[in-house]
Design a protein around this ligand. Structure first.
Ligand SMILES: Cc1cc2nc3c(=O)[nH]c(=O)nc-3n(C[C@H](O)[C@H](O)[C@H](O)COP(=O)(O)OP(=O)(O)OC[C@H]3O[C@@H](n4cnc5c(N)ncnc54)[C@H](O)[C@@H]3O)c2cc1C
Length: 468
């Protein structure tokens, strides 16, 4: 058995240096070499109680796969991961492990936790480099029972893969021209290369999952039509939370004001940063203000820098300690030159005579009493406004589920804030045969939570169909 590595620190991940990466869209984190993976895997204590597994919504057998890595059996490790996770190279890159599996790691009590995400990424990438797709598990024959899935994001794809493994014929209907959901239109290439997503989706197609793009359920086809004339036995709704929120301040209709979703889609799917080679423009000649303090705001700010903005501000209404984004993302944004304007709220966006953004009026804030979320509420500091000269404003203050499916499906219950009402264990809605999960039910959350919901719903759909 290999000797344990008792270093209190994680084996560092090689990265592109800030001055270079800010001029390209290539991946920032470069991945472990086999030697680095072995070194890190030997930090795992192999706890019998497996507390880390409890922190993983899809239940990857973490100590088991890491022990295979420590033995140098990278293919065996990848097999163990693939049994539970259909998108391991994606999750290894974008999961907030520090609040999930790694938070439960015993090594984290006296030093850094084991770098579980980096090892998951390593085994998934190594497997793919050896020519195997990311999620290979024995392919089930396409059965007579048909299930449809609405939305090809991580939740829908996971549910589809699980059902295909159980022998169902599964069709995923996706509104956009390409599958992947936020993984392709939201998360930038420098954090999650689109090729990785394509590779893992190819693995699902090999399982027999059919994906039909450019179909908007609720417009092109109704949910009732899927269950009726189209002959599906059940439907899983995984349509995400793609409806952006705005502040409702004057000037939001000016040219050069984008929701973060639109801004990131223009870059990720339409390659606006290569305009005019690609036919989608972005107005980033001068400075840009990104409003918000979450991961979406960090992604938008870092994209704006790479796409040519001269200077990029993050405008956030609370202080640094309250930033909801992952520490790693904040650190990367700062290294790349993003300027943070804390305790600041935009109050008006001003334009020039042609209707294009010229500046944002900002109000300074201070922190008052805690609000219902437990965080101190920002209150305006009287007489403290100032102006930021910018040519673009990106609003990244949150998203809610799109109301289309609920409004086009008679009798489907929803919450007052727009989420579809579904059982938290099974995803069952009030309509027989209709299940829902992921961001469409919880509101904006995480990739792995959406995947966990897809997996649980697949098991419930299987039970439901067996009873028909
Ligand atoms: C910019 C950004 C960065 C993020 N970064 C991270 C991160 O680093 N780590 C992390 O864990 N989470 C991150 N998240 C959150 C995470 O991506 C989501 O929680 C996750 O993608 C939700 O998965 P989902 O399958 O429920 O929905 P989505 O990924 O939104 O997929 C829903 C799919 O349904 C399709 N659809 C919608 N309506 C219809 C319809 N009527 N008919 C057919 N198809 C439809 C959509 O086009 C979309 O493809 C990020 C989110 C954003 C926006």
């Amino acid at each position: 058995m290999a000797e344990k590595n008792m270093s209190p620190k994680k084996t560092p991940m090689p990265e592109q240096v800030p001055g270079v990466r800010v001029r390209n869209f290539n991946e920032v984190a470069l991945g472990y070499t086999p030697e680095q993976a072995l070194e890190e895997a030997r930090r795992c204590l192999g706890c019998k109680a497996e507390p880390c597994v409890g922190g993983c919504p899809v239940g990857v057998r973490i100590p088991k796969f890491i022990s295979r890595v420590a033995e140098g059996d990278f293919a065996g490790a990848a097999d163990i991961v693939a049994q539970a996770n259909a998108l391991p190279a994606v999750c290894g890159r974008v999961c907030p492990q520090e609040t999930q599996c790694e938070m439960e790691c015993l090594r984290g009590k006296k030093g850094d936790s084991v770098a579980i995400g980096r090892l998951e990424r390593f085994v998934a990438d190594t497997r793919a480099q050896a020519g195997a797709p990311g999620a290979t598990v024995a392919s089930g024959a396409r059965g007579a029972r048909r299930v449809s899935v609405v939305g090809a994001g991580p939740s829908g794809l996971t549910c589809a893969g699980e059902l295909a493994k159980r022998g169902y014929a599964v069709t995923v209907f996706e509104a956009l021209h390409t599958p992947g959901g936020v993984l392709v239109y939201g998360i930038p290439e420098f954090r999650l290369p689109k090729e990785i997503v394509r590779r893992e989706i190819a693995g699902l197609r090999e399982l027999g999952v059919e994906i039909i793009t450019n179909v908007v359920v609720g417009k092109t086809l109704s949910l009732d039509c899927l269950l009726g004339e189209e002959g599906y036995s059940a439907v899983y709704i995984a349509s995400g939370a793609g409806l952006p929120k705005f502040q409702g301040i004057p000037g939001e209709n000016l040219n050069g004001v984008y929701s973060a979703n639109e801004f990131l889609t223009r870059i990720n799917l339409m390659r606006a940063h290569e305009f005019p080679k690609f036919d989608t423009p972005l107005r980033l000649g001068g400075a840009a203000a990104v409003v918000g303090g979450g991961n979406v705001a960090m992604d938008a700010a870092r994209c704006a820098l790479r796409a040519g903005a001269r200077r990029v501000y993050i405008v956030y209404r609370r202080g640094e300690a309250e930033l909801p984004a992952r520490l790693e993302e904040i650190h990367h944004a700062r290294e790349e030159g993003v300027v943070f304007k804390f305790l600041t709220v935009p109050t008006r966006i001003d334009g020039d005579e042609s209707g294009f953004v010229r500046s944002v009026e900002c109000q300074e804030m201070e922190l008052g009493e805690p609000d219902e979320s437990g965080r101190r509420r920002p209150v305006a500091k009287p007489g403290s406004t100032y102006t930021l000269e910018v040519s673009a404003v990106v609003v990244a203050i949150g998203n809610t589920p799109n109301p289309l499916i609920v409004s086009s499906t008679p009798g489907l219950n929803s919450e007052p804030w727009g989420g579809i009402t579904a059982d938290s264990e099974t995803g069952a809605t009030n309509r027989p045969g209709v299940y829902a999960g992921g961001d469409a039910v919880t509101g904006a959350a995480t990739v792995i939570q959406a995947m966990g919901a897809g997996k649980a719903a697949a098991a419930a759909i299987d039970e439901y169909i067996k009873r028909l």
